[in-house]
Design a binder for this molecule. Structure first.
Ligand code: FAD
Length: 491
């Protein structure tokens, strides 16, 4: 009931509403002009975009239904010193700042805010060092995830975090959302691979939160405070990342099920058997058909769901692990299981799963959600998602990182369906209520951003949100860092 009310608020907050994303400090036009003049004077070599056409590219991320304004201007710095100077000037002129990676976020976190300067990190894209002795990489925030993976693979090393968007998302965006992906069931979310960061604080001060040490417990963990804070507490200008030796080639299994709940039970069975696959991904019937249409993989379109299970253990251990996973699938009613013929076939299958969202986008307006539940409740979540979609007569396709309990239900609307925006908010609110009821969360990896901010208190409780506000006030007393994101508006 409460969440339904929130859905209504979220609707007015984000659907065609003049509600400002940022309403803490009033900046008049003259003050904005003075700020931009100061930026041009102090940073004459900085790339500063002020044309409407240029700024338009930075208006929003990949969630088209979330409120977004045209940025006041867009700065594309190349050094930490430039970022620090920009933030100092912004604080002096009381101009808010929106940090942005490559804008693949799904919650509006990088969306432009009226009167705010967007700082895009796309030109801070250098891999500064690959330290093979310490298994560490030091990178600027604009490095693309897959580029880092390829660079370290050339040296026989492995950077684990792998969001499905890895060919286009930035390391800065990954840290700021604490991104997940296809192999975090084994290697953890992005935070497990971050040793230290360099951060520009809201007054332009630059701090470092640690070094190349695997262990370091001196003081509060500012690294972990910043990770996942979506640019509301500081701007990440450098990251010291943990690498691993490259794992051996994977052993890959596909299991098909006559019911989506059986697949959910198999996920719980694999966890209960103590197995630790590197990939445990699910696609339901709608997703299987869309992926198969797009990539002709020869998937079983009669199945209600399938699991992709992979092991990267050394030698025969991988085969054994996958065989034990196959037994767990069969015990949960899998209609059949099949091993990938070779590594190329396994790569295609994994890529098909990575491209599931884009395959679904071919069917209509696709709204991707991101809930997570304890693994033993995946089957229940899958059932409840279907009931929800049926109740609202909306097409729904679900895929996701089932091994983490993290599923992406996608609501797919006809392209001319006038209900799409409004209904998205209602469906999301009801979905969050279901996830919370099952002991889960409204977001596993995409973050709160703008779209989930109204629900944060329902998820975390008023006291926890009060603590978050206190941290925000301590680190950003003027409220200039990514305003309107993560924290709900003060009532
Ligand atoms: C097809 C598709 C598949 C996806 N699959 C996954 C997936 O499997 N797992 C997953 O976790 N996500 C996934 N995502 C979501 C998205 O790719 C991730 O959230 C990613 O981490 C965002 O990176 P970005 O560079 O695009 O960041 P942006 O969208 O530009 O920004 C994201 C947030 O980080 C902040 N930010 C960016 N850079 C900095 C910085 N240097 N300092 C401070 N704040 C900063 C922004 O203000 C914003 O709040 C997917 C998205 C798409 C479109």
């Amino acid at each position: 009931m409460v969440l339904r009310d929130l859905a209504r608020d979220a609707g007015t907050l984000t659907v065609g509403s003049p509600y400002p994303l940022w309403a803490m400090t009033v900046v008049d036009v003259a003050a904005r002009d003075a700020f931009l003049a100061a930026v041009r004077e102090r940073l004459p070599d900085l790339r500063l975009l002020e044309d409407d056409v240029d700024r338009e590219r930075f208006r929003r991320d990949e969630a088209p239904y979330v409120a977004a304004d045209l940025p006041l201007a867009v700065a594309l710095p190349t050094t930490t010193a430039e970022v620090a100077e920009l933030v100092r000037l912004a604080a002096e002129h009381r101009v808010p700042i929106v940090p942005r990676g490559t804008g693949t976020g799904m919650s509006g976190g990088a969306n432009g805010v009226d009167g705010a300067l967007t700082i895009g990190f796309e030109r801070m894209d250098r891999i500064l060092e690959i330290d093979e002795a310490n298994l560490v990489a030091i990178v600027q925030p604009g490095v693309i995830n897959a580029d880092l993976k390829r660079a370290v693979a050339d040296k026989g090393l492995f950077y684990a975090p792998d969001p499905a968007s890895y060919e286009s998302c930035s390391i800065g965006g990954n840290l700021s959302t604490n991104a997940g992906g296809l192999c975090c069931v084994k290697y953890g979310q992005t935070r497990e691979s971050v040793l230290a960061i360099e951060v520009v604080l809201a007054d332009g001060t630059v701090i470092r939160t640690g070094g190349r040490n695997l262990k370091d417990v001196a003081g509060y963990s500012l690294t972990h405070l910043m990770i996942g804070s979506q640019g509301t507490l500081g701007l990440i200008t450098e990251a010291t990342l943990r690498l691993r030796p490259a794992p051996p080639p994977r052993s890959t299994l596909l299991a098909f099920f006559a019911s989506v709940e059986d697949a959910g039970r198999a996920v719980a069975g694999i966890a209960a058997a103590g197995l630790g696959p590197v990939t445990l991904e699910l696609m339901d019937r709608e997703t299987i058909a869309a992926v198969d249409d797009a990539f002709s993989l020869g998937l079983d379109r009669e199945a209600d769901a399938m699991l992709l299970v992979e092991s990267d253990l050394p030698g025969e251990a991988a085969v054994t692990e996958v065989e034990r996973a196959a037994a767990a699938c069969e015990a949960s009613g899998a209609s059949f299981v099949i091993r990938a013929a070779d590594h190329q076939e396994a790569d295609w299958l994994r890529e098909g799963r990575r491209q599931a969202y884009h395959a679904l986008e071919r069917l209509g307006v696709t709204r991707m959600e991101d809930v997570v539940v304890p693994r033993a409740r995946v089957a229940e979540l899958l059932r409840r998602v279907r009931e929800l979609a049926a109740r609202h007569e909306v097409r729904c396709a679900t895929f996701g990182h089932a091994g983490d309990g993290n599923l992406h239900p996608n609501f797919v609307f006809e392209r001319d369906d006038p209900r799409a925006d409004e209904l998205t908010h209602v469906l999301s609110a009801e979905l969050y209520a279901i996830a919370m009821e099952l002991g889960g969360s409204m977001t596993g990896e995409h973050g709160v951003g703008v779209s989930r901010a109204p629900y944060l208190e329902a998820q975390r409780g008023a006291d926890a949100v009060r603590v978050m506000r206190a941290i925000k006030a301590a680190l950003d007393p003027l409220g200039i860092l990514n305003p309107g994101k993560v924290l709900p508006p003060v009532p």
